[in-house]
Design a protein around this ligand. Structure first.
Ligand code: SAH
Length: 364
């Protein structure tokens, strides 16, 4: 499996243009193209971002012919649900979506006592080829559009509001870019999605940037690009090893940007934003769970604005690797903590429906 930084040229064109692809100005221009006044764009945004509806029949403040014109031009169906699976007594719900060209992606909605979170995909497949991740095994099909990324959140927010998760209606407040794909390899579309998600309603979904997390293998130039965006989103870095020798094998892009370079970029992000960096560490039995690696990890992160999330390895098809035994995991966390570095084990959800970290393969 080799790394694919660029998406292959799509064979079947680009996804249709959607309201969510456009910023406020773009929406007004699109409405003007239809020969309609600019305020129609705001009305449409209120329905889509404010009321989470794409159903033109419900847009009763718009004349019937205007509804049809707007919905044909700006609300194409981007995601078709292919399959929905639930677990945790209905608190976790994975949807496999079919995109316009037949590509499949997945998103996972999770209800916790204090919050509801959606994990979204940013690419169909992934080009990063991490050997322990199911998404990485099939390679990259294509980048997703801003509209396709945002639609996952809008559909999830609507499902949560409709009470589709156990416990009754809930407000979706958190988004993590931890589904399929490497978000920073699809930078413009992901940034556009972050804007749409966090722009004030009704111009956007009005989520707090602090409740959005972008997770990356560590594409240094893209992290540097993020420094200029005046963001408050949380940056998560998939480290998985404190040393280049091991990380070269677990996260192949490490052969291009080394541990030191990735962490340097992360510290600059922390300094610019004041936001704590999340370090993800999938703990793999006898591979990266040794006491000396825990010590090296703690030493590397000491005195930094950082939190380590240990993720017990989720099984993936065809891989012989598995999670570390619990005592080894506890000792690993203890040794990182010992150096004053915050480190906790992620409450991983959805293993039995292949919805957990690294299990999203969108198999037919
Ligand atoms: N490409 C981005 C976004 C994916 S986030 C990134 O790598 O950060 C998914 C997280 O789950 C990443 O930290 C990834 O390394 C981790 N992961 C992948 N496969 C896993 C597995 N089998 N078990 C546990 N975590 C895994």
């Amino acid at each position: 499996m080799s790394i694919q930084l660029e998406a292959p040229t799509p064979r079947r064109g680009r996804p249709p243009r959607h309201l969510a692809d456009l910023d406020e100005q773009g929406r007004r221009a699109a409405v003007a193209e239809l020969g309609l006044p600019a305020f129609r764009a705001d009305q449409l945004s209120r329905h889509y971002f404010g009321r989470l509806t794409s159903d033109s029949a419900a847009m009763t403040d718009l004349p019937t012919d205007v509804r049809a014109a707007l919905s044909d031009a700006l609300l194409p169906q981007l995601l078709e649900p292919e399959r929905t699976l639930t677990c945790d007594d209905g608190a976790t719900r994975k949807t496999v979506w079919r995109l316009f060209d037949g590509a499949l992606v997945e998103s996972v909605l999770m209800r916790y006592p204090q919050r509801t979170t959606i994990c979204v995909s940013s690419q169909a497949g992934c080009g990063m080829a991490c050997p322990f991740c199911a998404t990485g095994q099939a390679g990259l099909t294509r980048n997703m559009s801003t509209g396709e990324i945002v639609e996952q959140v809008v559909r999830g927010a609507r499902a949560a509001a409709d009470g589709d998760l156990a416990g009754g209606p809930a407000r979706l407040g958190n988004v993590v870019f931890m589904g399929m794909g490497e978000p920073l390899a699809n930078y413009p579309a992901v940034l556009g999605a972050v804007r749409r998600l966090t722009d004030a309603a009704p111009g956007g979904l009005g989520l707090s940037q602090r409740h959005v997390t972008v997770s990356t293998v560590g594409l240094v130039p893209a992290i540097e690009r993020m420094l200029d965006e005046q963001l408050q989103v949380t940056l998560a870095v998939s480290l998985h090893a404190p040393d280049d020798e091991l990380r070269d094998t677990l996260v192949p892009i490490n052969t291009r940007w080394k541990v030191d370079e990735v962490l340097d970029a992360a510290w600059r992000y922390a300094a610019t934003t004041g936001r704590r960096i999340s370090i993800e560490y999938a703990l793999i039995r006898d591979i990266n769970d040794q006491a000396d690696r825990a010590h090296a990890l703690g030493a590397l992160l000491r005195d930094r604005l950082v939190h380590v999330n240990v993720i017990p390895l989720n099984p993936t098809p065809g891989s012989e690797w598995d999670a570390s035994p619990k005592p080894v995991e506890r000792e690993f966390v203890r040794r990182v903590n010992e150096q004053g570095v915050a480190c906790t084990v992620r409450d991983t959800r959805g293993q039995e429906i292949a919805a957990a970290c690294g299990q999203l393969a969108a198999e037919r």
